[in-house]
Write a protein that binds this ligand. Structure first.
Ligand code: MSP
Length: 765
């Protein structure tokens, strides 16, 4: 759970004048896929956030071009290793350009290539320093010896007995547990790095800087690996075995181990060991870096790299953050070797870039593995972006255009109009809404800086829901008909427009193109840019009234799920990609379909511009999807997992059973509590907003205030009766009911919950 990250309670991105963030440099043996794109998106969002704060930021990505893996890929393709690297780099550059991650789109500052001459120079200097160094135990840090063991070319790693599978047949080599490919036997002279002498220093480092490796679970993993004892590391290969590598200084018969070469890129890129490069970027200025990596390569970054830096006498990184993997339906890491990747061309053809960015950060709980499915991506895009942010933006701007002659109205309601405004259902105290939004913004930033992106976006979307509700409650299209309500109308639309301005700034790092577009539609193109606005410095009311808005254009068109899936299935079959192809049926399968959210009914042609397309929240009657069969009473639903088999006819003489069809009338869904609050003068009730996988969270009242603190509930997964007729209590509409056991004589409620991770909106049956 993301809570594991949250409970670190550490602000990962601290404040200094400069900030340096890196992705891994990717192997130049095969073309990029969603996994590579994901790390880039995370690092790009972090870099943009730092730039918004006015901090000089340097963002590195690139390719790792040496080693046996690249040499073999080149041989297979009939290319030289350098040609192979150039070929793969062209695909990575295509990815960064098409997905808006390169320097032309405000993304990376350097696409680092380890075949760069300045890198050769810097790595050689780094090696020399390490070779001169003594370990903490007074031994030579690098020494010559003989290596005997197994090596996985795809991992570029030596494998110990517990890291490979036994040979499939006698005489065959063992296979890599990660890649399922045969290992190479290595038996040759080699330089060794005396890693075994660094165990205590590494443990001291982890202990003194508990946030050096994050999340905490990964920190524990690394610590126990080091506690288990470290073996010296072979850091060279004979040139006769691996010729495509950087020569060991003063011993050209050896080339450097590719990880020694690759890790050092983080400092050579900014000028270590090369004065000219130092002038261009600045090792002194930017080091140390925050390394964002997949958990697959954590050991290299959190054990080997710090030890190499210790030997070379250089400062340790700012931190190492390991994210989870996109995995296939069988839980295997998406990778080219396994042929189970999500292709970038398919993504690019069918989805807006910002929808992909949003999905990656919203759906993958940072630090955990995530299963990808196109269906989930379509659902998210339709519910959160088309119907959520996109709809809020277009309804607000269309109404300003239609009812306010296309200029931002004044938020002020004169004294003599206040009573009327109140009667129309708006809170005349603007600070209620601005206070809510400022508080949400603070939480958003806090979560973002802890790299809890998914949570931060949930918080941002609570703002979207709140403003949507404000509009639906106030019904500007009705206000516009009444001359006396012009100021009320203005106040509502001003609040919505000002909120959009805030959302642009908050969400810019996640969705740069969409937020810049909304910014321009708000008529703000000449008033700075979200790219340079610090979300923490937003000031409510800075949106100038009287300013002309820009042209209103749709932002995220709805994606036709059936049509798009048919097209994707066809393309995937043609491309022969493995991730979702069910070989037997030839049909693309989703490894995971999350919930049933996001397929709301079509927009009515007669609708007023601001009306919510789904009618939710507008009135009591349409607050819940109308279902002619919805039960009018509240049956206490059985909480066990009922199946057809359970629905045996009632035994003779036993009364009180219901038929399975009765039970089927009750729509039970998994919900996640987004917010919880007490209700003034109602000491038993809590007001919850619960995400049950629909476009908008449900507002649910629960009589549990005497037993649960609101804070205890936020983030909890609960079971919700979703098709209960809405009803009003204490002036609040309740759009569902949560399930709880009733315990003891006093009927103490104990909320029903889940011990496993379940997607919001999943049906209980
Ligand atoms: N060349 C080394 C890294 C050297 S860094 C000094 C390497 N390259 S790689 O091409 O295999 O890239 C691995 C990284 O790509 C992962 O750590 C992660 O950042 C990203 N991903 C590759 N596949 C991924 C998934 N299936 N899911 C998420 N990220 C993945 O290792």
């Amino acid at each position: 759970m993301e809570n594991a990250l949250l409970c670190l309670n550490v602000t990962i991105i601290d404040r200094m004048n400069t900030f340096y963030v890196t992705t891994p440099i990717y192997y130049a043996n095969s073309v990029p896929h969603l996994g590579h794109l994901y790390t880039m998106i995370v690092a790009d969002a972090v870099a943009r956030h730092k730039r918004q704060q006015g901090i000089e930021t340097y963002f590195l990505t690139g390719t790792d071009e040496h080693g046996i893996n690249i040499e073999r890929a080149a041989q297979r393709a009939g290319r030289t290793p350098k040609e192979q690297a150039d070929y793969v780099v062209s695909y990575f550059k295509k990815m960064t350009s098409e997905f808006g991650l390169d320097e032309n789109h405000g993304g990376y500052d350097i696409f680092m290539r380890t075949s760069e001459p300045f890198h050769y120079q810097g790595v050689s200097e780094f090696w020399r320093r390490a070779a001169r160094a003594k370990t903490p135990k007074g031994n030579d840090a690098i020494y010559k010896g003989h290596y005997e063991g197994w090596f996985c070319a795809a991992c570029a790693a030596y494998k110990t007995e517990d890291e490979y599978a036994k040979p499939k047949a006698p005489g065959e080599p063992p296979t890599c547990l990660v890649h399922d490919t045969p290992l190479d036997r290595v038996s040759e002279e080699s330089y060794f790095f005396r890693l075994s002498d660094y165990a205590e220093s590494l443990l001291a480092l982890y202990e003194s800087r508990p946030d050096f490796v994050r999340p905490e679970s990964r920190n524990n993993e690394v610590t126990s690996f080091v506690r288990g004892g470290l073996q010296d590391l072979s850091v060279s290969r004979l040139k006769t075995s691996v010729s495509w590598g950087i020569p060991v200084p003063d011993d050209p018969d050896h080339t450097m181990y590719v990880w020694f070469d690759a890790l050092t890129n983080y400092i050579t890129a900014i000028g270590f060991g090369n004065e000219e490069r130092e002038r261009v970027a600045g090792f002194e200025k930017f080091w140390p870096a925050l390394h964002i990596v997949g958990k697959d390569i954590l050991r290299f970054h959190a054990v080997y790299w710090p030890a190499f830096l210790m030997a070379a006498g250089l400062e340790q990184p700012r931190g190492i953050v390991a994210h989870g993997m996109w995995v296939d339906a069988n839980g295997r890491k998406m990778s080219k070797t396994l042929g189970n990747t999500v292709e970038l061309d398919v993504l690019n053809r069918h989805f807006p870039i910002d929808a992909i960015r949003y999905f990656c950060l919203r759906d993958m709980v940072f630090g955990q593995d995530g299963k990808f499915s196109y269906e989930a991506l379509i659902d998210r895009t339709n519910s959160d972006l088309a119907s959520g942010l996109g709809n809020l933006s277009s309804r607000t701007l269309t109404m300003i255009s239609r009812y306010c002659k296309g200029t931002v109205p004044s938020p002020v309601i004169a004294e003599d109009k206040l009573l009327q405004a109140k009667r129309s259902g708006i809170d005349t105290d603007e600070t209620t809404i601005s206070g809510f939004i400022a508080h949400a913004r603070d939480q958003f930033v806090q979560q973002f800086e802890s790299l809890a992106f998914s949570r931060s976006l949930e918080i941002a979307w609570s703002i979207v829901a709140r403003i949507d509700k404000m509009i639906s409650d106030a019904k500007p299209w009705e206000l516009a008909k009444d001359e006396n309500q012009k100021q009320t109308l203005g106040a509502v639309l001003y609040r919505a427009a000002e909120t959009l301005r805030w959302l642009c700034v908050m969400l810019y790092p996640i969705m740069p193109a969409a937020t810049l577009e909304i910014w321009s539609q708000l008529g703000l193109s000449d008033s700075g840019s979200p790219a340079q606005s610090d979300p923490e410095k937003l000031n409510w009311g800075d949106l100038s009234r009287g300013k002309a808005i820009g042209e209103v254009k749709p932002l995220f068109p709805r994606i036709d799920k059936g049509k798009t899936m048919t097209e994707i299935n066809g393309q995937e079959r043609q491309a022969g990609a493995g991730v979702r192809s069910d070989k037997a049926s030839g049909k693309v399968q989703s490894p995971q379909i999350t919930g049933t959210a996001g397929v709301p009914p079509a927009v009515s042609a007669q609708r007023e511009p601001g009306e919510h397309p789904h009618g939710v929240h507008a009135t009591e009657a349409d607050a819940v999807p109308a279902s002619p069969n919805a039960p009018q009473t509240q049956p206490p639903p059985p909480m066990h997992h009922a199946t057809e088999a359970d629905a045996v006819p009632a035994a003779e003489g036993v009364t009180g059973f219901i038929d399975i069809t009765d039970f089927a009338k009750v729509e039970l869904r998994v919900g996640e509590v987004l917010t919880a609050a007490c209700i003034p003068k109602a000491d038993k009730l809590l007001l919850l907003s619960v995400d049950i996988g629909e476009d908008q969270p449900r507002q649910i009242l629960a009589g549990i205030a005497q037993y649960y603190e609101p804070d205890q509930l936020v983030g909890r997964k609960i079971a919700v009766v979703a098709n209960l007729k809405p009803r009003k209590m204490r002036g609040y509409e309740s759009q569902g009911m949560l399930l709880a056991a009733s315990v003891g004589d006093e009927g103490k409620p104990v909320i029903a919950t889940f011990t496993e991770d379940v997607p919001n909106g999943a049906r209980l049956k």
